[in-house]
Each structure stands twice: as C-alpha cells, then as structure tokens.
Design a protein. Structure first.
Length: 305
C-alpha cells in the first residue's frame, strides 16, 4: 500500500475512534445518571420501583442491546473521567486503562514518545505499561523475560529445553553465571549430577571387579567367600574415598570463579595438591604391584614434614 493511502486511512479511522469514544462515554454517562457511583457501593433501590443497582443496570443494558458487563464498565469509566478531564485524541480504551491511576488527569496529558511514528501519542501498550499491566507486544527486557516465562509456564520440560538452549550460547552462559543465585543453583545441580554419576560408576566398577563370584559353583570354599566379602568391602571403601574427593572438588571448584588468592593461600593449595598427587601415585602402585608399604619420603610428605 502506498504511503499516501495509508495516511488517509489513518486520518479517517482516527475520526471513527473519536466518535466511538464519544458514544461509549455517552452510554457510560447515561448509566451513571441512572445509578450514580456511591462511596461504599451496595444495592440501593431506585425511587419508586425498588430496583437495586445491579438490577437497574441490567434493565438498562437489555433495553439498549448491550451486555450488563459492558454497561457496568462504561459507567465506571465515565465516573473516572468527568467530561472536563477527557482527553481529545486519546481513545476510549486508553481512558479505560489509565482510569486505574490516581494521577490519571495529569498522566493522560503527557503521552510517551511512540518510536514507530516518532510522535508523542498514547497506544494501548504504552497505557498498560504505565499502569503495570502485561503488554500485548513485549518490548522492554522485563516484558520479554516475562513473556518467555509465561510461555514456559509450569511445564518443566519446556523450561528445561529453553534454559538448555540459551546456556549453550557462551555469551549467555557467561553473563548468567554472574548472577549469584543462578551460579549457586548451577553448582548445586553439578554436585547432584556428579553424585548420580558416581553411584552409577560405582555399581559398574563393583560389578566388573567382583561380578565373577556370582557365577561360580555353589560348592565354593567358605573361606574364599569370606575373603571375597572383605575384599569387596575394602574395594568399596577405596572407591568411595576417590569418588568423595571428586565430588567435593566438583562442588567447590566452580565456586572459586572470580577469587583472587593471596600468595600464602596459593602456597597452601599447592602443598595439598602435592600430597594428593603423591597419594594417587601410591594407590596406583598398590593396585598394580600389590605392595602397599608407605615409604618414608611419602610418609613425611603426608605428615607435612
């Protein structure tokens, strides 16, 4: 459509919107005259016929072919906007929305800048934003976040898919981890995932190491069974020690992001890591050779000498 024709249709429609506002205000004024707004509401009878507020408004609505709820809303809007405060150029819908503000008479005179048209004018989203309602088209950061949350709703599967997709973007993950609560939740989730993985790995390691006893003949030597039980318990303890260290590191190391260690702290960590490496070598040697003796040099290291 050519620009000229578009502007022509806009101008013609603005006249229609102005006429529509006058019509709806006229109905609201009539309903307000029939049943004036009272400070505390209630079912007050109309002089002579005994009808209450709701009954007389329903009768009025039926008589003019509108719903009771439409008439009730128009009556309320007319009450919020006395004739002298109604703003020309602002639609009836704008008046209805801004009618919820205490300072509405001042607000409606100062329309925001419409970035699409470059003019200062009211639109429905701007009015809703002013009273704190959800907008039809999210524009601000808060509105877009709220729209995404509303789409996900209470569906954990949808929320998980959305969060996973966003966290796969490095720049998003980096900025998200700057939020302390988000970082804490991720660290907790990593720790829980590590625990589940360790349980699965432990079962696999145990079955691989001792599963051969399950298939042996029932007439096996009882002494061998006892030795096997002891070996299984010792193996379980050894794996538990290793996995405990891994779980602790998995939980704590991510929390160190952004820390500045002093020279003394760095030295202390390096000393402990040296002990961990030496201990890991000792375990590896014991498993490979069966020799479990602790040599003097390692013993002194572990004692901190």
């Amino acid at each position: 459509m050519v620009r000229g024709r578009f502007e022509e249709l806009v101008a013609r429609s603005l006249d229609s919107v102005e006429m529509d506002a006058r019509c709806q205000f006229a109905i609201g004024d009539a309903a307000l005259e029939i049943e004036p707004m009272r400070p505390h509401g209630g079912r007050y009878p109309v002089d002579g016929d005994g009808l209450g507020v709701q009954e007389s408004l329903r009768l009025f609505a039926e008589s003019i072919g509108l719903s009771y709820y439409t008439v009730r809303t128009q009556r309320w809007v007319a009450a919020q906007w006395p004739v002298e405060f109604r703003q020309a150029g602002a639609s009836y819908e704008i008046h209805r929305i801004l009618g919820h503000l205490e300072n509405r008479f001042e607000v409606i005179k100062d329309p925001p800048l419409n970035e699409r048209t470059g003019k200062r004018q009211w639109c429905v989203d701007a009015a809703k934003r002013m009273v704190g309602w959800k907008t039809d088209t999210p524009v601000t950061l808060e509105e877009r976040v709220e729209a995404i949350q509303e789409i996900a709703g209470g569906d954990e599967a949808v929320a998980t898919a959305v969060a996973t997709a966003f966290l796969r973007r490095p720049e998003v993950a980096f900025k998200a981890m700057r939020d302390p609560l988000a970082r804490e939740r991720v660290n907790e989730a990593q720790f829980e995932q590590a625990e589940l993985l360790e349980e699965d790995e432990f079962e696999e390691d145990y079955d691989e190491a001792f599963g051969d006893y399950a298939g042996e003949d029932e007439q096996v030597d009882p002494a061998r069974i006892v030795r096997g039980f002891h070996r299984a318990m010792e193996f379980s303890d050894l794996i538990a020690v290793c996995q405990g260290f891994i779980a602790g590191a998995t939980r704590l190391v991510p929390k160190l992001r952004g820390w500045d260690f002093t020279e003394a702290q760095s030295t202390t960590v390096e000393r402990q890591l040296e002990k961990i490496r030496a201990t890991a070598d000792w375990i590896e040697s014991a498993v490979a050779t069966g020799k479990v003796d602790l040599d003097e040099q390692l013993a002194e290291l572990l004692r901190g000498q």
